[in-house]
Write a protein of this length. Structure first.
Length: 331
């Protein structure tokens, strides 16, 4: 699947709906995502089954969007609809189809940690966009919502990248072939590929994590990275988990970002010696993830990593999942 989508200010959705609401309320779940996938900085990502966020959206008589409730955020997210990624993205969508006059009440229920490196903001945004798309009876491909979701990412972290929102919207494993114009490709993957995720309870803000990345790189490092990205994509198409594993090496971003994650290389050693085929940082961190060939190995790795973190007095959350091919869903 490939989608060429114009910039947000120019986009005219190929809206397929009657123009009227087909329901009065809806509840939607959108999944967490793992961006970069070690070697694919800003161009690769995949969705997982858990965790994720939920949005309840209700139609009201008064025009405009109201955020009536947010839970699970410890008071960190704004109720102001002009400053929340969910409402801002939904408003852009409504304006694009000429229905900016609709009244909506939104509840956002955070079921995943903020600042985890698991696409927290993108899960919220995608849940909101999929909710309004559902209420409008819009039957177009969810990928058409990408420009609006990217606007939410720009508000959340200062950069409108798609490696979280694209897999959250489309499900599965995705490649961002180009940003100008936006061209997103859904990739195949082995069905027996499992992901073990551990989120250490430390703070690694996305904006700061991006600022420490080098602006200039050596040609030798670039060639190594190109080979790894090509190897990873080839492994996905060939259903070759071993090729996927040995291609997931990052010589550009991980050496810098790993310094922000306590005992990163020790955790890698634990994971790889316990049967992982690969190990790396999820997004900007601090979450880390490993690919395995079965669920049992994935669960064993999360337990060992959490035990290590406990030993150095750091709490953590863990998740085990296959790759989520469904994306957002009505619940």
């Amino acid at each position: 699947m490939s989608n060429n989508i114009q910039e947000i200010n120019e986009v005219q959705l190929p809206f397929q709906g009657g123009g009227g609401l087909v329901g009065s309320s809806v509840k939607v779940f959108a999944p967490a995502t793992v961006a970069n996938v070690v070697c694919g900085f800003d161009v690769l990502g995949f969705a997982v089954n858990e965790p994720g966020d939920e949005v309840i959206m209700r139609v009201t008589d008064k025009p405009g969007i109201v955020i009536s409730k947010i839970t699970g955020d410890d008071g960190r997210l704004p109720l102001d609809p002009t400053k929340n990624t969910v409402s801002v993205s939904v408003q852009h969508y409504l304006d694009s189809i000429g229905r900016g006059d609709i009244g909506l009440d939104i509840e956002l229920h955070k079921k995943m940690p903020i600042g985890s490196g698991l696409g927290s903001s993108s899960a919220s945004t995608v849940a909101g966009l999929f909710a309004i798309k559902t209420l409008m009876g819009d039957t177009t491909d969810p990928a058409t919502l990408l420009p609006f979701a990217m606007k939410g990412e720009e508000m959340a972290c200062g950069h409108g990248h798609a490696d979280n929102v694209a897999p959250a919207l489309m499900g599965g494993f995705v490649l961002i072939r180009s940003y100008e114009p936006l061209d997103v490709v859904r990739l195949p993957h082995p069905k027996d590929l499992w992901c073990a995720i551990v989120f250490p309870d430390v703070d690694v803000p996305t904006r700061e994590a991006r600022q420490i990345i080098r602006n200039k790189i050596a040609m030798k490092d670039a060639v190594t990275q190109w080979g790894n990205i090509a190897g990873l994509v080839s492994g996905l198409f060939m259903q070759d988990i071993d090729l996927i594993g040995r291609s997931m090496q990052d010589v550009l971003v991980e050496p810098v970002r790993s310094m922000l994650i306590p005992d990163f290389y020790k955790m890698r050693e634990i994971a790889m010696s316990s049967g992982a085929v690969s190990f790396g940082i999820s997004g900007s961190g601090p979450s880390v993830f490993a690919f395995t060939k079965d669920e049992e190995t994935a669960r064993s790795i999360t337990q060992k990593l959490q035990a290590h973190l406990t030993g150095i007095k750091i709490g953590s959350n863990a998740y085990v999942s296959t790759i989520n091919d469904a994306g957002p869903r009505v619940i």
